[in-house]
Design a protein around this ligand. Structure first.
Ligand code: NAP
Ligand code: COA
Length: 261
């Protein structure tokens, strides 16, 4: 659907790029001519994803191990990507942790863990990438993956909802702070996306998949590719005047809330 050279010679770093929605974004960016790094904790997952992508003929791909909670590790990962590919133009903060847990039963460490991965991890990515995005000849681009439940509240996932709301705020702050540096900063809010760890944990394993589907105006879960399409648009020159935006890719779920009780 996009011209096959849409992201030619752009360099992208996708946190949590070895699985799920992140991996679909990696595949899409590679198919559109970008050089792409996947950053996450599990080296086996990264090695497997890298090998599978190389098998498909994508040579400009690398995996870098880092925990986004650790700023030094994120900085080191950014340095490794710039060392290998020569620049950094696009940062996708996609890594996240989530699990269903009523707030009255949530430990302090459970809360902190999710906020640390999602919100602090996103700050770490942005901060570590800044000087390279600032130097990007194409103009820098940050895409943060959030959810509309950041705005509505999310019973059973207060930690993730609060962290993602913080990321939306950071997105808008940086869009203004870094706009003069020609860095665009946007968010994507996917709805429930099929064949992902997120949907498995929060809906499928809890027997809530049908109920969740009924909330979606389009009557189905989204596809990972549908989120990757939005991420390609926002990363490309097609979105050259778009910043501070939260692009909702949720089949109309946020318009059609049905109470769980
Ligand atoms: P996923 O496959 O579990 O993706 C999460 C990724 O984050 C994994 O690759 C994981 O890799 C990485 N990660 C987790 N903790 C990390 C850490 N501390 N440091 C570095 N990497 C870390 O789940 P997904 O469902 O595709 O979710 C992807 C994104 O979409 C998340 O931001 C999620 O909130 C958002 N989202 C998903 C849905 C959905 O329906 N699935 C809906 C709305 C929004 P390692 O284990 O190797 O670290
Ligand atoms: N219910 C309640 N508390 C939970 C929980 C659950 N299902 N899973 C973890 N916790 C708590 C732990 O008990 C611990 O708190 P405690 O010290 O008070 O006992 C705290 O959360 C941290 O857990 P831990 O397993 O040490 O964290 P981790 O850093 O190894 O892993 C997670 C982070 C918990 C977020 C893990 O699920 C993960 O790695 N997720 C990544 C994939 C993912 O979540 N994908 C979906 C994205 S939408």
């Amino acid at each position: 659907m996009f011209a096959s050279d849409l992201l030619r010679d752009r360099v992208a770093l996708v946190t949590g790029g070895g699985s799920g929605i992140g991996l679909s974004i990696v595949e899409q960016y590679l198919a559109l001519g970008a050089k792409v790094a996947m950053v996450s904790r599990n080296p086996e997952r990264l090695a497997e994803a890298t090998a599978a992508l190389k098998e498909r003929g994508f040579d400009n791909v690398m995996g870098v191990q880092a925990d986004v909670r650790n700023y030094e590790q994120v900085s080191e990962a950014v340095r490794a990507v710039v060392h290998r590919f020569g620049s950094l133009d696009i940062l996708v903060n996609n890594a996240a942790g989530n699990f269903f847990c009523p707030t009255a039963a949530m430990s302090s460490n459970a809360w902190k863990t999710v906020v640390d991965i999602d919100l602090n991890g996103t700050f770490h990515g942005c901060r570590a990438a800044y000087e390279h995005l600032d130097a990007s000849s194409a103009g820098g681009c940050i895409i943060n993956i959030i959810t509309m439940q950041a705005l509505s509240g999310w019973p059973g996932a207060a930690h993730a909802a609060a962290a993602k709301a913080g990321i939306l705020s950071l997105t808008r702050t940086l869009a203004v702070e870094w706009g003069p540096d020609n860095i665009r900063v946007n968010a994507i809010s996917p709805g429930p996306i099929g064949d992902t760890e997120g949907a498995r944990r929060i809906y499928e394993e809890r027997g809530r998949a049908e109920q969740e589907r009924s909330r979606v105006a389009l009557g189905r879960f989204g596809k990972k590719q549908e989120v990757a399409n939005a991420a390609a648009f926002l990363a490309s020159d097609l979105a050259s005047f778009v910043t501070g935006e939260n692009l909702i890719v949720d089949g109309g779920r946020w318009l059609k809330y049905v109470s769980e009780k």
